[in-house]
Design a protein around this ligand. Structure first.
Ligand code: ZN
Length: 505
């Protein structure tokens, strides 16, 4: 009996081998040396819902794209080149007594199937405790070769680099290495940085010989990505972020490709890597894929998005806002990008400053710090909702009516000018700089340092916490507060938009 059973098992095993041999020898070729890898790249993602009035972006749509790509090639990986924890309007909502601070983003990206991520400068907007909490909530793999904790050790759950292996149907493998570096401009006391280029060089050397394909995932200004391509040998592909506009350039002796997608997943890059394990040849085909309302939402991810939107909108409602409410139909593009609002006035900043001015009776001028505008995005012509207003000025606060001595006003405006390029750059109404006179003009007249001016200003600016403006505080004898709370800053902006663009219907 025992013997017979054994024989039957043996013959079954034989049949199995015979069958699997036949199967293995049927197409595809017995010895397929080609390994295909699909990378889905996004960068600078602040919103979980679609942007541009619902037309572009949306992480539930991105999740659908990821599933479609994975159905074509199981070796599909989604990579984010930094900036996800902050800033976002939803992140400022207080739920159960704590700011969301990117919690909504991590959960949505977990659901959408993000695999790998490196730090952007905005990750370090968070205080240390929520920052560490977000890392622990991430189901994707963090890696960084140049951003470490205060003791120069990697943060928990963060690797210095990544190596993973992909396999094709013929069991041929390719080893992929990834290094990650971040620009060093945002530095709270809990982080230490190494120089990004030095760190990239060190990590690339550490992976040399261990990987077949080397990818740098970076969050750097483009000129630094170019330096990386020119100075660090052996990098096959640079997936970058920070620019917010899509970029596709080839630089360095080996024409290393550098790619960046549009912010807020308005587009994603799809990179098809074809690696021949025999010839060791790598071919990269990259395609910029717009994420639009033509892509259906993935229901699972969509549910997670909706849950966080409901929670955050509930919090905004308790603050007296109706996030879904239309404010105006804007006839023009409103540019709220940091590169604009921290350097120049524009239509959006004029609306804010004029809104302050008109809110405060008798004000001769208005001042607002560029850093209070956090949307870092362009709002195209069309519907502007109360949620968009919260996106523009997420910190809120009050317009304060003050009287300030001319000499203090000059000191403030001079410092604002010196702060160009940072959040301390000032946006103003009825203030201009005369190159010819080398002085400030208030309503077209030279600033008189001896007289008092009535100004509308946001409450943050008179705390003394703005860069180089510790003197601008309530104890300064040249400053007198007339009205602490003329109007909430976002209400002032909404009123101004309706005044200029017409009441909503
Ligand atoms: Zn950035």
């Amino acid at each position: 009996m025992k013997k017979k059973k054994l024989i039957r098992v043996f013959s079954t095993v034989c049949l199995f081998f015979l069958l699997s041999t036949i199967l293995a020898f049927s197409p595809p070729a017995p010895h397929d040396t080609i390994v295909k890898i699909t990378l889905l790249q996004i960068n600078d993602v602040y919103e979980i819902t679609p942007v541009s009035g619902g037309k572009e972006g949306g992480l539930a749509r991105l999740a659908t794209l990821r599933k479609q790509l994975a159905a074509q090639n199981p070796n599909t990986f989604m990579i984010l080149a930094g900036d996800l924890f902050s800033p976002s309007a939803l992140g400022t909502a207080k739920v159960d007594g704590a700011r969301l601070d990117g919690k909504q983003m991590v959960e949505v990206l977990n659901a959408a199937g993000l695999n790998y991520c490196t730090f952007g400068n905005h990750e370090f907007d968070l205080k240390e405790q929520p920052f560490r909490q977000r890392l622990s909530e991430s189901r994707f793999t963090w890696f960084s070769g140049n951003a470490f904790d205060r003791n120069q050790k990697p943060f928990p759950n963060v690797k210095e680099n990544v190596i993973f292996t992909v396999t094709n149907a013929s069991n041929q493998t390719a080893r992929i290495g990834m290094i990650g570096v971040t620009m060093t401009k945002n530095k709270p006391d809990y982080v230490t940085y190494l120089d990004p280029l030095e760190a990239a060089k060190k990590q690339a050397q550490a992976l040399r010989g261990q990987v077949d394909i080397l990818i740098a995932v970076t969050h750097l200004p483009l000129e630094d990505d170019v330096k990386l391509a020119q100075t660090v040998a052996g990098i096959d592909l640079i997936l970058g972020g920070h620019e917010h506009e899509n970029v596709q350039v080839w630089r360095g002796a080996n024409f290393t490709p550098i790619f960046k997608a549009d912010a807020n997943a308005r587009s994603a890059y799809i990179h098809q890597l074809t690696y021949d394990v025999e010839t060791r040849r790598l071919q990269i085909d990259s395609q910029l894929q717009p994420i639009t309302d033509k892509i259906p939402e993935d229901p699972e991810t969509g549910q997670v998005v909706q849950r966080w939107v409901d929670l955050a909108f509930g919090a905004f409602k308790t603050m007296g806002f109706e996030p879904g409410q239309l404010v105006v139909n804007s006839p023009v593009t409103l540019d709220g990008r940091e590169s604009t609002v921290r350097n120049y006035p524009g239509k959006l900043t004029d609306l804010i400053a004029e809104g302050f001015l008109n809110a405060a009776p008798g004000a001769e001028l208005a001042i607002c710090n560029g850093g209070s505008i956090r949307i870092d995005d362009e709002l195209p012509p069309g519907a502007i909702s109360e949620y968009d207003i919260i996106r523009i000025l997420p910190f809120g606060g009050n317009v304060v009516s003050v009287e300030m001595r001319g000499r203090l006003l000059k000191q403030v405006l001079d410092q604002g000018r010196a702060n160009k390029g940072t959040g301390g750059f000032l946006q103003t109404a009825r203030v201009s700089w005369s190159e010819e006179k080398g002085d400030w003009l208030i309503n077209g007249k030279p600033l008189d340092q001896r007289r008092n001016y009535k100004a509308a200003i946001n409450d943050f600016l008179i705390t003394g916490n703005e860069q180089g403006m510790d003197f601008l505080n309530r104890k300064n004898p040249d400053l007198r507060v007339i009205n602490e709370n003329v109007m909430e800053v976002r209400r002032a902006l909404m009123a101004q938009m309706q005044k200029e663009f017409g009441q909503k219907k």
